[in-house]
Design a protein around this ligand. Structure first.
Ligand code: ARG
Length: 545
C-alpha cells in the first residue's frame, strides 16, 4: 500500500541523510498545509541551524512527484502541500481497499471482557466494560491480530456456596424455572440480609462441597452457571456482542492448586501457621496477599495466575484484560507474580478504565439494588423514542448507539457522569449525531442516479473533507496501539462536523456534472468511512432514522 506519509518520510530521509519515520510526519491545521515535518530534531543531529536547513531542503523537495509546494514556517517547520489529484488517488486507493491497508499479523491476541459473576445480573459496572471490550476486540481484529474474545465468568469461590445454600433453604425449582435470574439473585440478596452465623457456617460447607465435587452441589452449581450465561447472552445479543469463548474461574481451579504447590516449592509463596499460603510482595510495595486459605480454597488472584499460564500454553502472544481501575492493584500483583513464575512468553496488559455514574445516582430506585445494565439500556431506548420534534425510527439502535458512544468517547482513565440530555443530543457530540450524519449522507446517495468520480479540481471545503477522510486508517492505528476506542470516536465526531460543513456549503445534486460526480465521490467515501468507524465502536450504522 502506497502511503503518503511513508513516501514523504522516505524523501525526507534521503534529502536530509537522517532516519525519518512516517510517525514523524504531522498533520498541521488545514490552512497551513497537508502535512508537516519539524526539522528541529534532524537539525540538532546534524549540528545545523533548523531554519536554514528547512529552507535549503524546501527548495529541493518541490521537485518530488507528490509535492506541489513546500513552505517554511516558524523555527523550522516544513509545510507540504501535495498535488491534490495524486493525493486524492492515493487516499482513495487505501479507503477502497477492504482492509484499509491493514495486513494480517501473525500474532494471537486474547481479549477478555465482561466477566459477570454467577447468579448475578450484569449491572452498571458492566456497561462501560462491554462497550470498551467489544470495541477493542473489533479494532484489534481490524488491524490484523488473530483475536479470541473470552468471557471469563466469576463462577468459583466461597460466595457460591451461599446461593446454593439459600436455594436449598428458601428457593424452589418452580420459581427458578419461571425466572431463573430473578430467583437466583433474590436468594443472593436474601442471604445477605437474613443469614445468621449458623447459615453462614452451612454456606461455607456448601462451598467446600462444590470444590470436592459433591453431586448435588455440582448439579445446582451447574444449573446456576448455565442460567447466568443464558441470561447474559440475551443482553450480549441486544448489544451486538459476540464472544469466541466462554470460560470461567472454575476452569482453572485445579491448575490454581498446582500453582500454589509450585509456588511453595520455588519459594515464591510462604505457608502461615494456620496452613494458609501467602505471597509477600514487600520489596515490590504491594501488600502481601493470601493465595490459599486455611480451608484449602484458592483465591481470585491464584486462579488468575493459573489462567495466564493456560493462555501462554495456548499460544497467545497478547493477553488483554478489560477491567475497571478498581482492580489496578490486583493486576499489578498478578503480573508481578506471573513474572516470578517465569510466564514471560505472553505479554499481559490490564486495560483499565474509569467509572460510569449516572447523574441520578447508581442505585435502582425500585429495589434499592445496584442499577442493572438492562435498566440503563431500556432507559436510553425510551429516551431515544421521546426526543422532542423528532419521530425516531430505530429507537433501539439509536439508544444503544448513544450509550456506546458516551462510554467510548471519553478517554479510558477518566470517569464518566451520564447526563441523559447530552448522551441523546442529536446535534451534540453524541452517538445519535454520528448515526444521523451517516444516514443523511446515505440519503444523498439514494437521491442521485450517478456514480461518484474524481473529476475536476477540488474546492476548499471538499479538499478539507478529503483530508479528514484520509486520517481514518491512522486513527484506527492509534486506537489499536493505545487500546483506546476514544481515538476513533472523537475522530468520527470531527469527521461528521467536517462533512456537515461540506454539505452546508457544497450542493451535491443538480450541479454541473463534473462537480456533482466529484462531490458524490466524497459522500460515498464518507459513508464508507463512517460505516466502518461506527462498526469499530460497535454502533450500528443505520439506513434511516
Ligand atoms: N468477575 C470479576 C468481577 O466481577 C472480573 C474478572 C476480571 N478478570 C480477571 N481475569 N480477573 O469483578
Amino acid at each position: 500500500m502506497k502511503e503518503v506519509k511513508k513516501d514523504l518520510a522516505e524523501v525526507l530521509s534521503e534529502k536530509l541523510g537522517v532516519e525519518i519515520s512516517e510517525d514523524d510526519i504531522e498533520r498541521p491545521e488545514p490552512e497551513h498545509g497537508d502535512f508537516a515535518y519539524p526539522v528541529m530534531q534532524a537539525a540538532s543531529e546534524l549540528g545545523e541551524n533548523p531554519r536554514q536547513l528547512a529552507e535549503e531542503t524546501a527548495g529541493e523537495l518541490e521537485s518530488s512527484d507528490i509535492v506541489n509546494s513546500v513552505d517554511v514556517a516558524g523555527p523550522g517547520y516544513l509545510n507540504f502541500n501535495l498535488k491534490q489529484k495524486i493525493f486524492a488517488e492515493r487516499i482513495l486507493e487505501v479507503l477502497e481497499d477492504d482492509s484499509f491497508g491493514f495486513e494480517e499479523k501473525d500474532e494471537k491476541a486474547l481479549v477478555e471482557f465482561s466477566c459477570p459473576n454467577l447468579a448475578k445480573p450484569m449491572h452498571i459496572g458492566h456497561v462501560r466494560n462491554n462497550c470498551i471490550g467489544d470495541s477493542l476486540q473489533r479494532i484489534m481484529r481490524f488491524v490484523g491480530y488473530d483475536v479470541t474474545s473470552e468471557n471469563y465468568i466469576g463462577d468459583w469461590g466461597t460466595k457460591h456456596g451461599q446461593v446454593i445454600y439459600a436455594y436449598r433453604k428458601w428457593g424452589s425449582k418452580e420459581e427458578f424455572d419461571e425466572k431463573p435470574m430473578e430467583h437466583m439473585y433474590s436468594l443472593y440478596v436474601k442471604f445477605h440480609d437474613e443469614a445468621d452465623e449458623e447459615d453462614k457456617k452451612k454456606a461455607r460447607e456448601w462451598s467446600k462441597k462444590i470444590e470436592e465435587g459433591d453431586e448435588e452441589a455440582v448439579r445446582i452449581w451447574n444449573m446456576f452457571r448455565e442460567a447466568t450465561i443464558d441470561y447474559s447472552q440475551e443482553e450480549y445479543e441486544r448489544m451486538g456482542i459476540e464472544f469466541d469463548r466462554v470460560t470461567g474461574e472454575s476452569v482453572v481451579a485445579d491448575e490454581a492448586q498446582k500453582v500454589v504447590d509450585e509456588g511453595l516449592e520455588q519459594g515464591v509463596f510462604e505457608e502461615d501457621e494456620d496452613g494458609s499460603v501467602y505471597v509477600d510482595f514487600e520489596s515490590e510495595k504491594f501488600p502481601s496477599t493470601v493465595v490459599k486459605r486455611d480451608d484449602g480454597a484458592t483465591l481470585y488472584l491464584t486462579r488468575d495466575v493459573a489462567n495466564i499460564r493456560k493462555r501462554e500454553r495456548e499460544g497467545f502472544d497478547y493477553n488483554f484484560y478489560i477491567v475497571a481501575n478498581e482492580q489496578d492493584l490486583h493486576f499489578q500483583q498478578l503480573f508481578d507474580l506471573a513474572g516470578r513464575f517465569g510466564i514471560t512468553d505472553i505479554h499481559s496488559e490490564h486495560i483499565s478504565y474509569g467509572m460510569l455514574r449516572l447523574q441520578e445516582g447508581s442505585m435502582s430506585s425500585s429495589k434499592g439494588n445496584v442499577i442493572r445494565l438492562s435498566e440503563i439500556l431500556d432507559k436510553a431506548v425510551e429516551k431515544a423514542s421521546e426526543v422532542e420534534h423528532r419521530d425516531v425510527n430505530n429507537a433501539e439502535e439509536v439508544g444503544l448507539g448513544a450509550v456506546k458512544y458516551a462510554n467510548l468517547s471519553v478517554s479510558r482513565p477518566k470517569d464518566i457522569e451520564f447526563d441523559w440530555d447530552e448522551v441523546l443530543d442529536f446535534e451534540g457530540d453524541s452517538g445519535p449525531y454520528l448515526q444521523y450524519t451517516n444516514v443523511r449522507a446515505k440519503s444523498i446517495l439514494r437521491e442521485s442516479d450517478k456514480e461518484g468520480e474524481l473529476s475536476g479540481e477540488f474546492e476548499k471545503e471538499e479538499y478539507r473533507l478529503l483530508k479528514k477522510l484520509s486520517q481514518f486508517p491512522e486513527k484506527v492505528g492509534e486506537a489499536a496501539r493505545g487500546r483506546e476506542p476514544a481515538k476513533i470516536a472523537n475522530y468520527l465526531s470531527e469527521l461528521c462536523e467536517e462533512f456537515n460543513s461540506f454539505y452546508h456549503s457544497c450542493q451535491v445534486i443538480g450541479v454541473e456534472e463534473k462537480t456533482e460526480k466529484r462531490r458524490l465521490k466524497l459522500v460515498e467515501e464518507f459513508v464508507n468511512v463512517s460505516d466502518e468507524g461506527l462498526e469499530l465502536l460497535g454502533i450500528e450504522p443505520l439506513e434511516d432514522m
